[in-house]
Design a protein around this ligand. Structure first.
Ligand code: PBG
Length: 327
């Protein structure tokens, strides 16, 4: 009979609560939100049950509600009515994402952080995250120049954190310089440092009505590459990223743990649309307990080292955290 009994600390609910290593907190959850240009009413997204493309009006209401719920922030994505080869809607101050940012900043009233996705894929007619060269390849340096203008437009609209999700080399340096030069030294950069070319973005591409033909493997990471994920994070830290991210989250917890072990800035993880859809679909069949699966999936991401989790369940989780319904 052993005197060493780890089970002692699991005996009662109060002991388990006292000794829990990973504590969920609404302040460290961020809700991604979609806003559709010219939408008359919110549009449901078939592959993401419970998530909608907002109108500017429904966005305002949802952001105000998110602020009351105690979550830490919202991350905005725009769905423009028209697209072109250079993604002009992204740099237009009247483009849907920049309009939405103004609406969200007003609705948030300082209670949560308003953030924006800084990438061209929603705005280009070919669906790539950058502009193309004459051979049809994504042109790194030309793209980074557009990102710099896009960053200025987003900062001007009031975004406080720019999510650099395009995976172009040197994008953090270029965007930082552009913001500093335009009088926005306080706008923070969240680098999607280790963003993998994942099947799990499928539902998101429905959500933004992506026109992409082909794939993003010439700029997003190969799912098998762990060391390269760490390299990308170290480069972004050296370029002055204020925060770094690993994406997707659940299938990349090893990369997340590696990045968390070396990062001297907050580490984020994005629980992406496919992660959401898999749980919703399975729970919809009655094959797993929906609430427990959601709580466990987000807790696991925090356990692996994420300080902040971007998740489509942020608002719902905040409610469960408040009522203590997270066991
Ligand atoms: C690119 C971007 C994508 C996602 C977030 N930002 C799509 C992609 O890289 O294809 C995916 C997020 C999700 O799946 O929830 N702007």
């Amino acid at each position: 009979m052993s005197a060493i009994r780890p089970r002692r600390l699991r005996e009662t609910r109060a002991l388990r609560r006292l000794t829990a290593e990973t504590v969920l907190d609404a302040a460290h959850l961020v809700l991604p939100m979609f806003v559709r240009e010219n939408a008359a009413s919110p549009v449901p997204i078939a592959s993401m049950p419970g998530v909608v493309q907002h109108t500017l009006g429904s966005l305002a209401d949802a952001v105000a509600d998110a602020a009351v719920s105690g979550i830490g922030g919202v991350m905005l994505f725009g769905v423009p009515a028209t697209r072109d080869a250079r993604g002009s809607g992204a740099v237009d101050p009247e483009g849907i994402l920049n309009l939405a940012t103004r609406v969200a900043v007003t609705a948030a009233a300082g209670a949560l952080v308003v953030q924006t996705d800084l990438c061209l894929d929603e705005f280009t007619d070919h669906g790539h995250c950058g502009v193309l060269d004459e051979r049809g390849r994504v042109d790194n340096d030309a793209t980074v120049e557009v990102y710099a203008s896009m960053a200025q437009a987003q900062a001007q609209a009031g975004s406080e954190v720019l999510g650099l999700s395009g995976m172009m080399d040197g994008q953090v340096t270029a965007v930082r310089a552009a913001l500093d030069g335009a009088g926005h030294p306080d706008v923070a950069l969240l680098a999607y440092s280790a963003k993998y070319a994942s099947s799990l973005y499928g539902p998101f591409r429905d959500a933004v009505e992506s026109t992409l033909i082909g794939d993003r493997r010439s700029y997003q990471l190969d799912p098998g590459n762990r060391r390269e994920g760490l390299r990308e994070a170290l480069l972004d830290l050296a370029e002055g990223a204020d925060m770094v991210m690993v994406k997707p989250a659940g299938w990349y917890l090893d990369v997340l743990a590696n990045v968390a072990a070396v990062s001297d800035v907050p580490v984020w993880a994005y629980q992406v649309s496919g992660e959401y859809a898999m749980v919703e679909a399975t729970a919809g069949q009655g094959w797993i307990d929906r609430r427990r699966a959601i709580v466990e999936s987000v807790r696991a991401i925090h356990r692996a080292g994420a300080d902040v989790v971007l998740t489509y369940w942020a608002r719902e989780l905040a409610g469960w955290i408040r009522t203590g319904d997270i066991e």
